[in-house]
Design a protein around this ligand. Structure first.
Ligand code: NAG
Ligand code: NAG
Ligand code: NAG
Ligand code: NAG
Ligand code: NAG
Length: 252
């Protein structure tokens, strides 16, 4: 290569460098998922692991789900503070997504959490995530798999009000809804009692999930998240057979 062709090659490079650099700019940071919730999110018996396991590096996440948690005890025991500290710490390197899923314990008569306080806490959680630059995902409560004796395709809709509270919190904070309650209720109704009891954590536990149930409902959450935020699709390894079963009302 002669001198002038080297110069011309360099000039070409210089002309294209800024363009190449600017192409980098819109590239999103890899997502980090921080999961806030009760035992139905938690590492053992919840869907959290089923969402986090298929993440494609450098995407990553931490499951802060706490067995027995209400929105109040999650704060009081330091879990919410710890989670928001993570959102803050990784803001420069990751797009933080925070799943917020409570209700199973808040709704209990002896929880000490009124429905109004539960509603306000969901709103406050979402607003705080936003103020830290993260994206809240309001995940409505996983359905329980309790069926009236004579109606094996009509699970009791015991978290109806809690679902509406999650939708309302998303509405007033302009956040994303992941309507797990509606999707999981429709799914267990479709496949019926016996098939949905295959996911029982143990014999008479119709709320928590065994390891296979974690995979199934974690995938349901993942698919709902991708539907709401298509930009995340590239960060979650697909499971086409499982997704097909879930969205075609087939037992997985
Ligand atoms: C905060 O969360 C991290 C990740 O789950 C955990 O390792 C750590 O022990 C937590 N810290 C406190 C004080 O709970
Ligand atoms: C399901 O159960 C609820 C509560 O018992 C009842 O109101 C509803 O009509 C039932 N749906 C069907 C399709 O049977
Ligand atoms: C709501 O959030 C979306 C992004 O998620 C944003 O584009 C839109 O401007 C927001 N609307 C309001 C009213 O803040
Ligand atoms: C789920 O619960 C039912 C009723 O207790 C029980 O018969 C079934 O064995 C449970 N399923 C599993 C997988 O434990
Ligand atoms: C994908 O889904 C199938 C059920 O359809 C399940 O058996 C398998 O373990 C899943 N694979 C992964 C990697 O989770």
């Amino acid at each position: 290569m002669g001198f002038f062709s080297i110069i011309s090659a360099l000039r070409t490079l210089l002309v294209f460098l800024p363009a190449a650099a600017s192409l980098q700019l819109p590239r999103a940071k890899p997502p980090a998922f921080f999961l806030a919730g009760d035992s139905t999110t938690a590492v053992v018996g919840g869907w959290g692991r089923g969402l986090l396991n298929p993440l494609i590096e450098p995407a990553w996440g931490i499951n802060f789900g706490l067995s027995g948690a209400t929105t109040e005890s999650f704060k009081a025991r330091g879990y919410w503070g710890n989670l928001t500290e993570h959102v803050r710490r990784y803001a420069a390197t990751n797009d933080a997504y925070v799943t917020i899923s409570f209700g199973h314990n808040d709704q209990k008569a002896d929880s000490g959490v009124s429905f109004e306080l539960y509603q306000q806490n969901l709103i406050d959680f979402a607003n705080e995530v936003k103020s830290l630059g993260g994206s809240p995902l309001l995940v409505s409560s996983l359905t329980r798999r309790v069926f009236p004796r004579d109606q094996p395709h009509n699970a009791t809709d015991s978290l109806h009000a809690q679902r509406l509270a999650a939708l309302h919190a998303a509405d007033v904070t302009n956040s994303t809804v992941v309507d797990l309650n509606a999707a999981s209720l429709a799914y267990v109704d479709a496949i019926g009692r016996d098939a949905s009891w295959e996911y029982n954590y143990s014999g008479d536990d119709y709320t928590h999930l065994n390891p296979y149930g974690e995979v199934v409902f974690g995938r349901m959450v993942a698919d709902l998240i991708v539907r709401a935020k298509p930009v995340l699709e590239m960060w979650i390894a697909p499971n086409e057979t499982l997704s097909y079963a879930l969205w075609n009302n087939l037992p997985a």
